[in-house]
Design a protein. Structure first.
Lengths: 348, 327
């Protein structure tokens, strides 16, 4: 039992459960999931569906943060990717041609990958602080997205494109399937192969890793490129969901939500350790919170306050130091990884 | 570290300002010429939407028609850029300054500078909260409260025969913004007169399609019976239409929709029968602005508040208006 209590994901899970419980009390039919027009329909489905882009962005962010870095540019990459795809599709003679849409999607993802690699180059190649390096693209990228869309909202009318973020496959929202695939792939690469270990070692001490024979630069380049790609896919989902690209507002502040998701999930900002499942849980908490606000009808004027309260509680509960103080435990619980415990304090 | 961040922000801000000023009209030379031709400095908010772009075009075209030399700057949604642009207009001694304030507050200093330089100021589209109203000559723009009222009146008219309760959901604009506050107030004023109208849910959709869709999805799930949607702009309405279709309902029939703005995509949806009524919020205020500018420069009295000429569209009117819409 106590081991269960001390599990890193115990408290985030409790929060998620509490939020859902709140809905059970205040919202009718919150947990009802039905089949409508051949696909799943319900509030829970909505949470996962609208949370999908955030989960993706947060996954990329997790690996970047695990190396001790941070990527502020994901929101801009989201906007650019959606804008480029929609621009290409709107130029197509037949917007419903699968080949044309596929071309646009590949082009947008390739650009996202390049933008991510650019961040990686600034961080690993030139040695600029990650927060500065990615701030450049965060500011400039928004401008780039507006340049692509010409400051307008580009509306497309393409059913293959619609599938990515707003469509369904085998009754499941297609976005969830993409997220599941990316999550499985990432988990396999980082947890079944040595990649995760390399990332953590670079995050722990880049210089020591290099001396140990790890190509720290290569690892850094790779995680930033991966983060850019994830943001690109999320951008496609967001713009596809509303069949339009909005260079000004798409992905605005998503970088902060993503960082929050990572932190709630128990990955310390100092790097050296990461939890993919924690990140997914963190992103789900954020989306559940948003949906809860809409469904129980928190007035818009107090929405931010409500969010702030919940996030504060989550962060406090995540802090071992705080828990110790409040729950009057005698001495620190013996932990297999004392260093990890200490880092988790930083998290809060 | 912190120093580096702030340094970078500074560099970024400077670059943006330069971009903003760089886009000003290239006519060059000092304004305030003695040949009787009016020079106007116009500080635009940015190019954040189709509405704003149409607004910019209208000002530029009307200036050309009216023979007004226009110096144009784009503030990219940043107040400091706008203040810099206005200061540069004051230095260039233009005859009149017009601008759409990015935010409501913080304009007193720069407006006083303009007043001291004897340059009249006209506010367009958005107002400022300065206590001293002598700082600007007039405010030309839409009456957001009236827009809300128009939407409300349509609703009352649409349901005038029925006695059943009408469940209304509202998608508000960005929390705290003037259009959101005023449209909400105007709508409520009209609708609350009849108890059969019930606003059962009201949330912010941030004026965007994505949020409009997300919030509407939640509304549809927590409120089984929704009769009418009132969205503070077309874009949120367009997002909500997708949510309604996703829930297996027919927008415009199962759930009636009234929105504000009348941008192209919104008008298209109105013509297609997915929206029932759109109250226009017209960006085409260029002609009115030039008339006011001429009067102000001549020293004639102008009313302190001028409302943009605008209308509202039904589905039939949208079909007729669509081919000739400028935005």
């Amino acid at each position: 039992m106590s081991r269960f209590l001390r599990h890193r994901l115990f408290w985030p899970a409790v929060i998620l459960a509490a939020l859902l419980l709140l809905n059970l009390v205040f919202t009718d039919h919150f947990f009802s999931v039905e089949i409508k027009d051949g696909h799943l329909y319900g509030s829970l489905v909505d949470i996962v569906r609208f949370g999908a882009p955030l989960i993706l962005v947060a996954l990329g962010m997790t690996l970047v943060i695990a190396t001790g870095g941070i990527d502020l540019s994901v929101g801009s990459v989201v906007a650019i990717s959606g804008a480029l795809a929609c621009l290409r599709i709107s130029d197509l003679g037949d917007q419903n041609s699968t080949g044309g849409v596929l071309g646009a999607v590949v082009l947008a993802l390739a650009l996202s990958l390049v933008l991510g690699a650019w961040n990686g180059f600034l961080v690993a190649g030139i040695g600029i602080q990650p927060i500065i390096a990615t701030l450049i693209l965060m500011v400039a990228g928004r401008g780039l997205a507006q340049l692509v869309t010409d400051g307008q909202i580009i509306t497309v009318n393409s059913s293959p494109y619609k599938l990515i973020g707003g469509g369904y496959w085998l009754t499941l929202p297609f976005g969830i399937i993409i997220v599941a695939a990316v999550l499985a792939l990432t988990a396999f690469l980082t947890r079944r192969l040595a990649l995760g270990l390399l990332i953590e070692s670079v995050g722990g001490n880049a210089e020591a890793s290099r001396l140990a024979g790890i190509s720290a630069r290569g690892v850094l380049m790779m995680v930033y490129a991966f983060c850019g790609l994830c943001a690109g896919v999320a951008g496609l989902m967001i713009s596809s969901n509303v069949s339009s690209a909005d260079g000004n507002n798409a992905g605005l502040w998503i970088e902060l939500d993503a960082i929050l998701a990572v932190v709630i999930g128990g990955t310390p900002l100092a790097g050296g350790r990461f939890s993919l499942s924690g990140t997914v849980l963190g992103a789900l908490i954020i989306q559940t919170l948003t949906t809860t606000i809409y469904s129980i009808g928190v007035p818009p004027e107090t929405t931010l306050l409500f969010k702030a309260l919940v996030v504060t509680i989550v962060c406090l509960l995540q802090s071992p130091a705080f828990r110790e103080k409040v729950f009057h435990r005698r001495g620190r619980p013996t932990s297999a990884r004392p260093a990890a415990e200490e880092k988790a304090t930083v998290t809060a | 570290m912190l120093k580096r961040i702030s340094a970078l922000f500074l560099v970024g801000a400077t670059a943006l300002t330069m971009a903003g000023c760089g886009s000003s009209d290239g006519s060059g030379g000092s304004g305030g010429s003695g040949d009787g031709k009016i020079t106007m400095g116009f500080a635009q908010v940015g190019a954040e939407s189709g509405w704003r772009t149409a607004n910019t075009k209208s000002v530029q075209e009307s200036a050309k028609e009216a023979g007004v030399t226009l110096k144009f700057s784009d503030a990219q949604q940043k107040q400091e850029n706008q203040i810099k642009a206005i200061r540069s207009y004051i230095q260039q001694k233009v005859d009149v300054i017009a601008f759409s304030p990015v935010v409501e507050s913080g304009w007193d200093t720069v407006l006083k500078e303009a007043k001291n330089a004897n340059i009249p100021v006209i506010l367009t589209d958005r107002s400022v909260d300065s206590k001293d109203t002598s700082l600007y000559k007039t405010f030309l723009g839409s009456d957001f409260v009236e827009e809300g009222r128009k939407a409300g009146k349509w609703l009352v008219d649409e349901y005038k025969d029925g006695t059943d309760t009408v469940n209304v959901v509202e998608l508000q604009g960005t929390t705290g913004s003037a259009p959101a506050n005023d449209r909400k107030a105007g709508f409520q004023e009209v609708v609350s007169a009849d108890p059969k109208f019930k606003i059962i849910a009201s949330q912010s959709g941030d004026f965007t399609r994505a949020k409009g869709k997300e919030v509407m999805e939640a509304f549809l799930k927590s409120n089984p019976k929704i009769d009418v949607l009132f969205a503070h702009n077309d874009d949120m309405g367009l997002g909500a239409i997708e949510a309604i279709e996703g829930a297996g309902k027919v927008p415009g029939k199962d759930i009636k929709i009234v929105t504000i703005d009348a941008v192209h995509d919104g008008m298209q949806a109105l013509a297609d029968g997915k929206i029932n009524y759109i109250v226009e919020c017209s960006p085409l205020l260029g002609t009115q602005l030039m008339d006011l500018a001429k009067k102000v420069v001549k020293g004639e009295q102008v009313p302190a508040r001028v409302v943009t000429e605008e209308t509202a569209f039904t589905q039939e009117q949208a079909k007729q208006a669509l081919p000739t819409r400028k935005y």
